[in-house]
Design a protein around this ligand. Structure first.
Ligand code: ATP
Length: 252
């Protein structure tokens, strides 16, 4: 089943085109990473798909036109992990994580929040105020809030920013797991090796256009790595599967 479909989507910010005719289909079960250089349009793509950035073109969520859906219908289908991790209120982590499940009340919501914190190994932070944490600890709590939702499709902007390397892999595994069981996840990512290791599919954006879309080795081909990122890459066999190592095409 197609959970999200973008058909020739265009968008502008401050008079500049930031999405330039993007087509994209996301199906149940997929974990898709969106990669591209700074300013390529990754955040704009997520925000257009959420209805937060006005866009031209057709966007459907589970076959319904995005513009015809109420905020509640959108919240039931779409969850968003924004790039910005700043939080206004110093609430305990478990209460913040429980906000991901607004349709559950009281104890059920808190239990969901606690379980989501455990998923990112942040259960020990449950009773700490989110203003009394390091940036990485707070990032885990915000990810837990996103994981606590029931929405079919999670759109995560830079989900691993600021996390320890082992926790980056943990979060990527959790996102992959979430994509199973009739759901899907789209995540923007700067770390191409991490995307290549965990994603089913990689979409590469450059200047608001989709320039590659496919399984990691195809999407991050030598041509794309050089032309879009100025990198050269080598695939080698790692402990648990193929690993992509990259370096500047001109050398370090
Ligand atoms: N609030 C804004 N007002 C005007 N232009 C903006 C605004 N936010 C982003 N842009 C511009 O829109 C384009 C796309 O930005 P976007 O944030 O979607 O890129 P991105 O790929 O997510 O970048 P990054 O990797 O740096 O987060 C860029 O050219 C950027 O300068």
């Amino acid at each position: 089943m197609t959970l999200l479909a973008l058909d020739k989507v265009f968008a502008e910010l401050a008079g500049r085109r930031v999405l330039d005719g993007v087509d994209l289909d996301i199906a149940t079960g997929e974990f898709v990473c969106v990669c591209g250089p700074n300013g390529a349009g990754k955040t704009s793509l997520l925000r257009a798909a959420l209805g937060l950035l006005p866009a031209e073109g057709r966007i459907t969520v589970a076959d319904r036109d995005l513009r015809e859906m109420s905020p509640r219908q959108l919240a039931e289908r779409l969850a968003y992990l924004p790039q910005e991790r700043r939080l206004a209120w110093n609430v305990p982590a478990v209460e913040l994580a429980a906000l991901g499940a607004p349709f559950l009340s009281g104890e059920a919501g808190l239990a969901r929040g606690r379980a989501a914190l455990d998923l990112v190994e942040a259960g020990h932070l449950a009773d700490r105020g989110v203003a009394e944490m390091s940036g990485g600890e707070r990032a885990r709590v915000v990810i837990a809030r996103a994981l606590a939702t029931d929405a079919d499709l999670l759109l995560a902007d830079e989900p691993v920013a600021g996390l320890d390397p082992d926790v980056q892999h943990l979060v990527m595994r959790r996102l992959r797991e979430r994509a199973g069981g009739g759901r899907a996840v789209v995540a923007t990512l700067h770390d191409l090796s991490l995307a290549a290791r965990h994603a089913d599919r990689i979409v590469v954006l450059a200047n608001g256009r989709k320039v590659a879309d496919g399984a990691p080795p195809q999407a991050l081909s030598a041509d794309v790595l050089r032309a879009v990122f100025g990198l050269s890459g080598v695939w080698f066999e790692g402990v648990s599967g193929p690993v992509l190592a990259v370096e500047p095409a001109q050398g370090v």
